[in-house]
Design a protein around this ligand. Structure first.
Ligand code: C2E
Ligand code: CA
Ligand code: CA
Ligand code: CA
Length: 278
């Protein structure tokens, strides 16, 4: 048994080493990814729940790796946070998304907002307000058309600091939404302390709302609470007509999900805007 244990340990060790060196390799590649133009943004539309019209898009980053193919953000954003590369990446995402949104603003008669996901790191370093200010100034996008999505855990982990940063961001005239709402913390006291405009109900609740009475109850309760705090509600991950109908009935304002629109290219959003105009 002793020998077995030793072998198991060796095996475990080998796997850990492989994972660690894979991580180091990816991090090295990631440092060059921006300069080599391997990163790009997809845009997923958001729709008015009542009219069905497109009211905004969310920018979602992708990494086209030359050997490994398309790498999803869930795999490389944590690495970028660990190495500090997230700083340059977030700056690039903000600039690129604002630049694109400015083009839509100028060429379409339908004003659509653009949402950018902010990582915990940018909030901690308190450089988000300056980065956002630069991106708005450089691109000329009206501030009210930029939305930042951040998760609850980011606010709770360093709340004094987060409060200051969010107030600074709010001063710029942008919109702030809480992403993955309902999955983080049970304390809701932060909702009225921070200058928040919208809640995005996590897709795990939306996913189950027509199968589970308790998930439906959670969604209905979140919407009611948000409204009493004068917050708008976005439902993410809407995949079925039954989910859409239940959300409309509950008074959810904004819908996002594969049912109405998958993440797509900027060109495709441009085409959709043109179609709306004709
Ligand atoms: P998120 O902000 O919660 O984004 C929603 C994710 O759900 C996206 O995955 C989107 O493609 C996917 N999704 C949208 N509608 C549906 C649906 O109806 N069904 C299902 N099953 N999935 C749906 P994606 O693009 O892989 O992004 C994953 C996460 O990576 C995002 O979660 C966000 O936290 C992070 N992320 C994406 N882009 C950025 C970025 O530019 N910066 C940072 N810091 N994080 C990003
Ligand atoms: Ca998001
Ligand atoms: Ca989300
Ligand atoms: Ca998420």
């Amino acid at each position: 048994a002793k020998a077995d244990g030793k072998n198991a340990y060796r095996l475990y060790n080998k796997e850990m080493n492989q994972q660690a060196s894979e991580r180091v390799a990816l991090q090295a590649d990631l440092r060059k990814a921006l300069d080599l133009h391997q990163l790009h943004l997809m845009y997923q539309p958001k729709f008015d729940a009542q009219t069905g019209g497109m009211i905004g898009v969310e920018a979602l980053i992708r990494w086209q790796h030359p050997e490994r193919g398309l790498i999803p953000p869930a795999r490389f954003i944590p690495l970028a946070e660990e190495s500090g590369a997230i700083q340059a990446i977030t700056e690039w995402v903000l600039r690129t998304a604002c630049k694109q949104a400015k083009i839509w603003y100028e060429t379409s008669s339908f004003p659509i907002s653009v949402a950018v996901n902010l990582s915990a790191y940018s909030l901690k370093r308190n450089n988000a307000p300056i980065m956002v200010q630069h991106a708005l100034k450089e691109t000329g996008l009206p501030a009210h058309l930029l939305e930042l999505e951040l998760t609850e855990s980011m606010l709770i982990e360093n709340d004094q600091h987060a409060e200051e940063t969010l107030n600074d961001l709010k001063q710029l005239g942008i919109t702030i939404a809480i992403d993955d709402f309902g999955t983080g913390y049970s304390s809701l006291s932060y909702l009225h302390r921070f200058p928040i405009d919208a809640l995005k109900i996590d897709r795990s609740f939306v996913w189950n709302m027509n199968r589970s009475d308790s998930d439906l109850a959670i969604v209905v309760a979140i919407i009611a609470m948000a409204h009493s705090l004068k917050l708008k509600v976005v439902a993410e991950g809407v995949e079925t007509k039954a989910q859409l109908a239940a959300l409309q009935k509950s008074g959810c304002e904004i819908i996002q999900g594969y049912l109405l629109g998958r993440p797509t290219t900027a060109e495709d959003i441009t085409i959709q805007l043109k179609r709306m105009a004709s």
